[in-house]
Design a protein around this ligand. Structure first.
Ligand SMILES: [Zn+2]
Ligand SMILES: [Zn+2]
Length: 422
C-alpha cells in the first residue's frame, strides 16, 4: 500500500516546541496533512515515554495507535484516516574527534518500548535525558550507533538533516567530510541520511559516496502544523519491519516530498545579523569573510555539497527514488491572498479547502486544478499549478533565515484574476 511517513518530529518535552506536539495533536495534524505513519519524537525522554505508554496501544507490528478515548472530533470527514506512530528520537552529540569539535544530530527508530528503555538506560549513564526531549550528550556519534544497535538489532540510526552547517554529520562547521570518517567500521549500518530542508536528492546525487544511501526526508516539526513539511513515500505493508526493509533496500521506498531547497534556512552562505546572503562563489571571492562585519560567514548547504561533490550539477542517479518539491499549503494561500502566512485570512481558507478537497498532500500533489479553482481562488489554483511544475521563484535562505517564496511577478496577479492565464 502506498503511504506517506514522517519519521522525525519533536514532543512538547523538547525545547522551543509547541504544546500541541502531544499524541492527540500529532494524531490530528497527521490526518490533516495526509500522513499515515508519524514519528513520536523524543522517546529518550522518560516523561514522554510515560505519556506515550498511557495514550498509545501497540499494534503488534512495531507501530502504535492512539487509544480511542483520546481521539478528538475536530477533523474534517474528508481527512479522517488511520494514523500509526513509530517510536523515534533525536540525539545531539557534541564531542571531539581528530582534533576538532563535532556536533552531529541523529534520528533513532526503535520497534518497541523495551528497546527504547534499553537505549535510555545506556544513554542515561552518559548524560541527563530529562533536561530536553532532544538530549545533548558528550557522546561520539559512532558510539551512539553502537548503543542503538545494542538496544535492538531492529533499531535504526539515521544521521539527521545531514548537511546543516552546525549540527550534522556532513555539515561545514562541525561535521565530517564523509560518513566513513564519522562511523568508521560501523558505516555499513548507516542505510539512510536525512537530506534536511536545505538540500534535495538532486544535490545529494552529486556525491558518488552516497549512491548506496537512501535519502529520507522528514519535517523535524516543533509544532503540529509543520508536520509533514517534508516526508517519505513508501509502498510496503504498514509495519515497522517492512518500513525499515524499504529504507535499507529501497524496494518499496518510492521517494520523498521535499521543500524547494532554496526555501531551507541554510541553502546559501551569509550572515543573518548583517542581512548578507552570498552564493558559494561570492563567499570564496570574499575569502569566507562577511563584507559587512568582517567575521567568518556561515557556510551553507549548497556550498558544502559543492565542496564534497565529485559529480557536476544536474547529475541524475539512475534508478534512484524520485522526489516531488512542494510549498506548504498555508504559504501558497498566503501568496494567493497577498498576506502573511500566520494570518486569519490564511486560516479562514485553509480548513475549508481541506474540508472540500481532502488532506493537504492530496491538494498539493493530486487534486485536479479545476477542483482547486472551485474550492479556492484562481490565484491559488495557478500557484499550485506552478509549484507542481517547479515554476517558482525563491530568494534562497541563509544563516538561519528561511528562503522567501515568490510565485508571482508584479502585475501577474491582475492578469490571472481577470482570466487571462499565462
Ligand atoms: Zn536536529
Ligand atoms: Zn556579518
Amino acid at each position: 500500500m502506498r503511504f506517506i511517513a514522517d519519521l522525525h518530529v519533536h514532543s512538547h518535552y523538547s525545547r522551543a516546541t509547541s504544546p500541541d506536539m502531544c499524541p492527540e495533536g500529532i494524531w490530528k495534524w497527521a490526518q490533516l496533512k495526509g500522513i499515515r505513519v508519524i514519528g513520536t519524537g523524543d522517546v529518550t525522554h522518560p516523561e514522554w515515554i510515560k505519556e506515550l505508554k498511557t495514550k498509545l496501544d501497540p499494534l503488534g507490528n512495531g507501530l502504535f495507535a492512539l487509544k480511542k478515548k483520546y481521539w478528538t472530533d475536530d477533523i474534517p470527514g474528508s481527512c479522517q484516516a488511520e494514523v500509526s506512530f513509530i517510536l523515534s528520537a533525536e540525539v545531539s552529540s557534541i564531542y571531539s574527534k581528530n582534533g576538532r569539535t563535532r556536533k552531529v544530530h541523529s534520528i533513532i527508530l526503535v520497534p518497541d518500548f523495551a528497546s527504547a528503555e534499553r537505549l535510555n538506560s545506556s544513554l542515561s549513564k552518559i548524560g541527563n535525558l530529562k533536561s530536553d526531549g532532544r538530549p545533548i550528550l558528550g557522546l561520539d556519534a559512532k558510539k551512539l550507533l553502537q548503543i542503538t544497535l545494542d538496544a535492538s538489532p531492529e533499531a535504526m540510526l539515521i544521521p539527521a538533516h545531514a548537511w546543516t552547517p552546525h549540527f550534522s554529520v556532513l555539515g561545514a562547521a562541525s561535521g565530517f567530510d564523509s560518513l566513513r570518517e564519522c562511523y568508521e567500521e560501523l558505516t555499513p549500518h548507516i542505510h539512510a541520511i536525512e537530506t534536511g530542508l536545505s538540500s534535495d536528492p538532486l544535490m545529494n546525487w552529486r556525491l558518488s559516496d552516497l549512491d548506496a544511501i537512501t535519502l529520507v526526508s522528514n519535517s523535524d516539526a516543533h509544532s503540529a502544523s509543520k508536520i509533514g513539511r517534508e516526508a517519505n513515500i513508501l509502498d510496503t505493508d504498514i509495519t515497522y519491519a517492512a518500513m525499515m526493509l524499504a529504507i535499507k533496500t529501497r524496494q518499496g521506498f518510492l521517494g520523498t516530498i521535499e521543500f524547494f531547497p532554496e526555501q531551507g534556512k541554510y541553502h546559501y552562505d551569509g550572515h543573518r545579523d548583517c542581512s548578507v546572503s552570498l552564493t558559494p562563489k561570492e563567499t570564496i571571492r570574499h575569502n569566507y569573510l562577511c563584507p559587512a562585519c568582517g567575521k567568518k560567514v556561515t557556510v551553507g548547504v549548497m556550498h558544502r555539497v559543492e565542496k564534497l561533490a565529485d559529480r557536476e550539477e544536474g547529475f541524475k542517479l539512475a534508478g534512484a527514488p524520485s522526489f516531488a518539491s512542494i510549498i506548504p499549503l498555508p504559504e501558497i494561500i498566503a501568496e494567493g491572498l497577498e498576506c502573511g502566512v500566520n494570518t486569519k485570512k490564511v486560516n479562514a481558507l485553509y480548513l475549508p479547502m481541506l474540508e472540500r478537497l481532502g488532506n493537504e498532500f492530496r491538494i498539493l500533489l493530486d487534486v485536479p486544478l479545476e477542483d482547486i479553482d472551485r474550492a479556492s481562488t484562481p490565484l491559488i489554483r495557478e500557484a499550485i499549478a506552478r509549484m507542481r511544475t517547479g515554476n517558482v521563484h525563491i530568494a534562497p535562505g541563509y544563516d538561519g533565515e528561511f528562503g522567501k517564496v515568490k510565485i508571482f511577478e508584479e502585475g501577474e496577479r491582475k492578469r490571472i484574476i481577470s482570466g487571462k492565464r499565462l
